[in-house]
Design a protein around this ligand. Structure first.
Ligand code: NAP
Ligand code: 3JN
Length: 345
């Protein structure tokens, strides 16, 4: 009989954690038991799972002793605290937060892009930021074929990137505006309904936001290429699910839009939707609930010989977070040599 695994989900009551539970079920992950973990706020709560219910447990150091793998989406602070404890107890952690992404001991993995980085993991593996994941899934085939020197990206990020509270704020403000009721800004510094906010995460000293710098630094680590130049502008838009990105690249050698389309049409994880004559291009409404990265509007840049532009859309809660993490766990259980931990502080 093939092996079954004890799997923990830290942050199981959150927007990403709930989707992680769905992904484990939908993808037929071979679990013996699933343990949902959260803070004191939700301990004891029942959550639906696989025609039944699970009881949420308080995350504490001993929670990981009986687990083989734990998928974390409880924020950077909880990851910083619990991931080393879990790894030391023999439980491999796939972490969705930014806490470990740039740590040299921790592989930062997108299964379609750099699965080989898992080889020397020590028990903690990081999932990149959602905006980085969809961008690099789309760019990897072009990077491998002709090289990429420079990326300029503008994101149009949905409110679900801020969790359930972001979804509720957009719904509430939209309803209030239609009913002539004054709106309040609780989650974002300005009204998000019928607005665009060029501000995701906090501002850093160089004028970029932390979200923008995540895209820069994570790209260099995942492509293992310190020379690639990246500049991002991250914008929150009044869309509930799925992030869109306008991406411009300067390639190492020229590539025609036709060749790029050909490459992308057979690349894993990508759905090419690129037929302007039929008004066919990627849309957040179509990508919601899906695991593919949708790519379209591929065109040669009329202002630069080696420039190529495209429009890339993916469900940020699924491929941008939960699905990518479960796919990493699937790679781990497929290779017995990866099923170990060796974490030292
Ligand atoms: P959310 O809806 O606010 O959920 C947060 C979850 O974390 C809840 O289950 C909460 O449990 C739990 N939690 C918070 N502090 C905890 C603690 N000290 N110990 C145990 N559990 C704790 O947020 P979300 O949208 O799901 O995002 C969660 C995290 O996932 C983010 O903070 C981020 O690090 C990561 N994330 C990554 C991406 C990505 O780009 N890959 C995208 C979105 C989110 P309670 O119910 O007990 O409060
Ligand atoms: O805002 C988005 O669209 C993506 C948000 C990601 C996020 C939200 C809160 C904390 C992160 C992340 O994954 O980088 C974090 C974090 O862990 O720093």
């Amino acid at each position: 009989m093939s092996r079954e695994f004890n799997v923990g989900v830290l942050g199981a009551t959150g927007a990403v954690g709930r989707e992680m539970l769905n992904c484990l079920l939908e993808r037929g992950f071979p679990f013996k038991k699933v343990k949902p973990l959260a803070s004191q706020r939700s301990a004891g709560k029942k959550i639906e799972f696989d025609d039944g219910e699970l009881t949420v447990e308080l995350a504490q150091p001993k929670s990981f002793d009986d687990l083989d793998i734990a998928i974390f989406s409880a924020g950077a602070k909880a990851s910083g605290e619990f991931a080393p404890i879990a790894a030391r107890s023999g439980c491999i952690v796939v972490d969705n937060s930014s806490n470990w992404r740039m740590d040299p001991r921790v592989p930062l993995v997108i299964p379609e892009v750099n699965p080989g980085a898992l080889k020397n993991h020590k028990g903690i593996i990081a999932n990149p930021n959602c905006s980085t994941i969809q961008m690099l899934v789309a760019l990897k085939p072009i990077y491998d074929a002709v090289g990429i020197k420079r990326i300029i990206v503008s994101t149009y990020q949905s409110v679900s990137g801020t969790g359930q509270k972001g979804v509720e704020e957009l719904a509430e403000q939209t309803k209030n505006l239609f009913n002539g009721v004054e709106t309040k800004n609780k989650v974002y510094p300005h009204r998000i309904a019928f607005n665009c906010l060029p501000h995701i995460d906090v501002f850093t000293e160089n004028g970029y936001t932390k979200e923008e710098m995540k895209m820069v630094n994570e790209t260099k680590k995942i492509f293992d290429d310190q020379s690639i130049k990246v500049s991002a502008t991250c914008v929150r838009v009044p869309v509930f699910y799925a992030h869109s990105e306008a991406i411009w690249i300067e390639t190492g050698r020229p590539i025609s839009p036709e060749s790029a389309r050909e490459l992308l049409s057979r690349a894993p994880g990508i759905l090419l939707v690129d037929d302007p004559s039929q008004n066919a291009y990627p849309l957040a409404s179509e990508a919601t609930g899906r695991d593919d990265v949708f790519v379209g509007r591929i065109r040669a840049d009329i202002s630069h010989d080696n420039g190529l532009s495209m429009w890339v859309v993916a469900d940020n809660v699924r491929k941008g977070a939960a699905t990518n993490a479960v796919e990493i766990a699937e790679l781990l259980i497929r290779d017995p040599q990866l099923l170990k931990t060796d974490w030292k502080d």
